[in-house]
Write a protein that binds this ligand. Structure first.
Ligand SMILES: [Zn+2]
Length: 85
């Protein structure tokens, strides 16, 4: 059994971005893993998580804001990130 870190219900576990749950579900960027729902800012994070959910939920994992596959960029902002998917 892998120990899991705490991820907010509206937090993208891959990049740490805050995601609007309704928007995420509407865009199909929600994944249920190990009895909890995870939401993602974009398809890149979504697919990465689906490949290996345990990695992103493990304690000690730090949100990878440097991940080039993730559209989150503080200079773009949330709206821009959604558009970039
Ligand atoms: Zn993300």
């Amino acid at each position: 059994m892998v120990e899991q870190r705490t991820v907010a219900f509206n937090e993208d576990p891959v990049c740490g971005m805050t995601v609007d749950p309704d928007e995420g579900r509407a865009r199909g960027l929600a994944s249920t893993s190990q009895d909890r729902e995870c939401l993602f800012c974009g398809k890149g994070c979504f697919l990465e998580f689906r490949d290996d959910p345990e990695t992103f939920l493990a304690t000690g994992f730090g949100a990878r804001s440097w991940d080039p596959s993730c559209a989150s960029d503080s200079s773009i902002g949330r709206e821009g990130a959604y558009e970039a998917v």
